[in-house]
Ligand binder design. Structure first.
Ligand code: NAP
Length: 281
């Protein structure tokens, strides 16, 4: 029976440590969230983020634009936030409406305020192993793996999913930490054959029940990033009940990666604040 990795408790420790640091600061770190349209899941995430900011003592702002806002209007808001000295981190909530080019928007955020780590400059820094901001979900995943005490160096890692926000950055981070990486996607032949080789299995596909016990190596660490709503219940991509009998460690959904993503967003905002305020002094 696997040890359950308690992402909720780990995230709380991180938030408490941030809260203590913020209490000693003269000025509050500020996070601005830009949201375009009325995506229901995004609304929930934005509320979580605002609550988390309030809890640690950050200043937070929500900039809500209508679904039909033009790309020029979104760029205008980002430009204002780039110049606002009370804002240290800017996050553009994804997904954006189809008529807006996501990459143009991400490239408009000042790299020094890009707490999501999605600006091409910050993506490049991550690739060469000298990251400025590590994207929040991958950063949280590394902390969850480290909390097990297992060394990453030399391990076989399988990652299911190759998105720009989870699969690709986590694969690069772990590669730069000395693991051997297999990245799987929809075109991968024999997914189970790949995942069974993995000492560490990370699943970010958005497909409930994708990973069953027979696809998992005995005693592996299993990190389930998926968030899926099934019959009014939130579940991951891993069949938790059967996989927990075989894995060494497993993250639950909810209560695994999700709270760590938000804690890492706060951590990145504090880092942005420290760099900006240090530059001034
Ligand atoms: P995404 O952009 O939709 O990418 C999904 C990836 O999974 C793609 O690379 C896709 O392959 C692959 N995939 C889908 N079905 C597959 C299958 N049957 N076999 C193998 N590969 C498959 O998703 P994302 O944004 O990375 O998010 C993935 C999941 O994580 C979602 O459930 C999302 O809600 C969740 N998520 C959670 C957090 C958190 O903080 N907890 C943060 C971000 C995302 P192709 O490239 O071949 O299409």
């Amino acid at each position: 029976m696997a040890n359950i990795i308690d992402g909720k408790a780990l995230a709380e420790q991180i938030r408490n440590s941030i809260k203590q640091k913020v209490a000693k600061l003269k000025k509050k770190p500020g996070l601005a969230v830009v949201m375009v349209g009325e995506h229901p899941a995004s609304k929930v995430y934005v509320n979580f983020k605002a609550k988390a900011c309030e809890e640690v003592g950050f200043h937070s702002e929500e900039h809500k634009l209508p679904e039909d806002a033009t790309e020029a209007r979104v760029l205008q808001v980002i430009d204002q936030l780039n110049r606002d000295t009370n804002i240290h981190g800017i996050l553009v909530q994804l997904p954006l409406p189809k008529h807006i080019n996501e990459k143009n928007i991400q490239a408009a955020v000042s790299p020094s305020k890009d707490v999501d780590g999605f600006h091409p400059y910050n993506e490049g820094r991550l690739l060469i192993g000298d990251p400025t901001f590590i994207p929040c979900t991958p950063k949280g995943i590394i902390k969850l793996i480290n909390s097990t005490g297992m060394q990453i160096l030399g391990k076989n890692v399988a990652i299911v999913g190759k998105s720009n926000i989870v699969g690709k950055p986590i694969s690069i981070l772990l590669l730069n930490m000395g693991a051997t990486i297999t990245v799987c996607h929809r075109e991968t032949k024999d997914l189970g054959g790949m995942t069974r080789q993995a000492d560490i299995l990370i699943v970010a596909a958005g497909k409930p029940g994708l990973i069953s016990a027979e696809m998992v190596k005995e005693h592996a660490i299993v990190i389930d990033v998926g968030v899926n709503r099934v019959n009014d219940k939130v579940v991951g991509d891993v069949d938790f009940e059967t996989v927990k009998e075989k894995a060494g460690f497993i993250t639950p959904v909810p209560g695994g990666v999700g709270p760590m993503t938000i804690a890492c967003l706060l951590e990145n905002t504090l880092e942005a604040y420290e760099r900006m305020e240090e530059r001034k002094s």
